[in-house]
Write a protein that binds this ligand. Structure first.
Ligand code: GDP
Ligand code: IMO
Ligand code: MG
Length: 427
């Protein structure tokens, strides 16, 4: 068996949760490797409908061990709540493990995320305000506190004392807000530590053992390639790498271990938060997609910006991730459109360009060049075989396949686990 990475190929919310839940039925290990509870992964399966923020979407599979990898930043309160909610709904979480190297989101991270956003005024990034950016900044600045630190109260106190003094100076002197109490934060995190201790492990050994037994391991990405801090629309990005490469670092695997990389694309585009989005439709077609697809954020409830499929951005995503195959989700949302558009290039200052620029100023100026395709105007939600899709739907998919430089393996025609067409068997 092998390692399959499931990666968001656009600006997040592509349907990674659905694809992982589906593939996890055959997996023995599922690892979330990046982000934090900024992610919201929707899963609809025989257990019901769930929005997972930290726990891998493989948790519903009775034989899969689920790992929150070292690359994730964990808000313990959110994690404990998620475990409790799953248990209340009859989902077993005894196979969940947390890397002892994963960093913790602390109360000052959440405060600072909000304060920093407010200080940006009209230039706010539109973060989820979950403390993600400040937590990853502290990780890099070597000011982080890790889940492993929760296991030794003396270590935790020493580390928290050192760090909180500095954070309180920033909170009071820079932002003029009240300082946080060392005693309160310490006792709160001691409680979290007691609750989470049974889950905290050195998880790379578990991965190695699974690979030695030739079992299937899934890497579950969060966010999407165009939110990557290096390759996304910086600074309108997240703070950890959602790319396949990030999967190696955030799970603790060598790159040679990954055998397949599935890029998850919506059949159109969405984005939530600020930053350029060349195919955004600020008209009734955009509103129609939003309402038909109920495009509102799983984590924040914010309306998602909607637009046509951007093949320039998609090709870039394939290049920087090395996708071996694509999963196209939400095809059914396009069922009733008489005509569809796909962006095949950009117009920039009178010239045609076919690459996704690293400059947001350039991207803001790019006007999409569209190719029009006929809609199929027939329901697809009950289709399970590729050949049974309407001819025009297949033509649309074939055109996407040509444009994104990667074969389509999976097509999703509804949110439920079974509403899926496996075009190329990958398991
Ligand atoms: P993720 O963050 O990538 O896991 O995606 P989200 O869960 O944030 O957003 C994807 C949304 O699309 C969720 O509401 C899913 O239930 C839904 N979804 C996934 N695949 C399909 C599909 O093929 N058709 C429809 N109609 N909805 C889908
Ligand atoms: P999933 O895993 C969509 C966006 C935020 C904001 C930017 C930075 O569900 O696909 P952050 O809180 O990370 O500092 O916010 O990134 N963002 C997402 N957008 N889906 C996500 O996750 C996202 N996680 C972060 O909206 O624009
Ligand atoms: Mg989401």
């Amino acid at each position: 068996m092998s390692v399959i990475a499931v990666i968001g190929a656009q600006w997040g919310d592509e349907g990674k949760g659905k694809v992982v839940d589906l593939l996890a039925q055959k997996a023995r290990v599922v690892v979330r490797f990046s982000g934090g509870d900024n992610a919201g992964h929707t899963v609809i399966n025989p257990y019901g409908k769930f929005a997972l923020h930290l726990i891998p979407s493989g948790i519903f599979s009775s034989q899969a061990v689920c790992i929150i990898g070292n690359g994730v930043v964990i808000n313990p309160a959110v994690l404990i709540d998620e475990i409790d909610q799953l248990n209340q709904r009859g989902v077993d979480t005894s196979r969940l493990f947390i890397s002892d190297r994963a960093h913790l989101i602390m109360p000052y991270h959440i405060l600072l995320d909000g304060l920093e956003e407010e200080s940006r005024a009209g230039k706010a990034l539109g973060t989820t305000r979950r403390g993600i950016g400040p937590a990853f900044a502290d990780k890099t600045a070597r000011l982080g506190i890790r889940t492993g630190d929760l296991l030794d109260k003396e270590v935790l106190l020493e580390r928290l004392h050192l760090i909180l003094d500095g954070k309180n100076i920033i909170l009071t002197k820079v932002y003029g807000v009240s300082p946080l109490s060392l005693d309160e934060v310490y006792s709160q995190y001691c409680q979290y530590g007691e609750r989470l201790a049974p889950y905290i492990r050195e998880t790379t050994i578990m991965l190695e053992e699974a690979l030695n037994r030739e079992e299937l391991v899934l890497l579950e990405g969060a966010q999407g390639a165009l939110l990557d801090p290096d390759f996304g629309t910086y600074p309108y990005t997240t703070s950890s790498s959602p790319l396949a490469g990030g999967g190696c670092l955030g799970a603790g695997l060598g790159p040679t271990r990954i055998s397949r990389i599935i890029g998850v694309f919506k059949a159109y585009c969405t984005r939530v938060g600020g930053g350029p989005m060349p195919t955004e439709l600020k008209d009734e077609t955009g509103d129609l997609i939003r309402e038909r697809a109920h495009e509102y954020g799983t984590t924040t409830g914010r309306p998602r910006r909607c637009g046509w499929f951007d093949a320039v951005a998609a090709r870039f995503s394939t290049r920087i991730n090395g996708f071996t195959g694509a999963a196209i989700t939400r095809l059914d949302i396009l069922d009733s459109f008489p005509r569809l558009k796909v962006c095949v290039g950009y117009k920039l200052d009178g010239q045609t360009i076919d690459y996704f620029s690293g400059s947001i100023a350039t991207l803001e100026k790019c006007q999409p060049i569209y190719e029009e395709l006929p809609g199929w105007q027939a329901p697809t939600t009950n289709v399970r075989q590729y050949e049974q899709l309407p001819v025009k739907a297949r033509q649309y998919l074939t055109r996407l396949e040509e444009l994104i430089f990667c074969p389509i393996d999976i097509i999703s025609v509804g949110a439920g686990r079974d509403q899926t067409i496996i075009k190329v068997p990958i398991l």
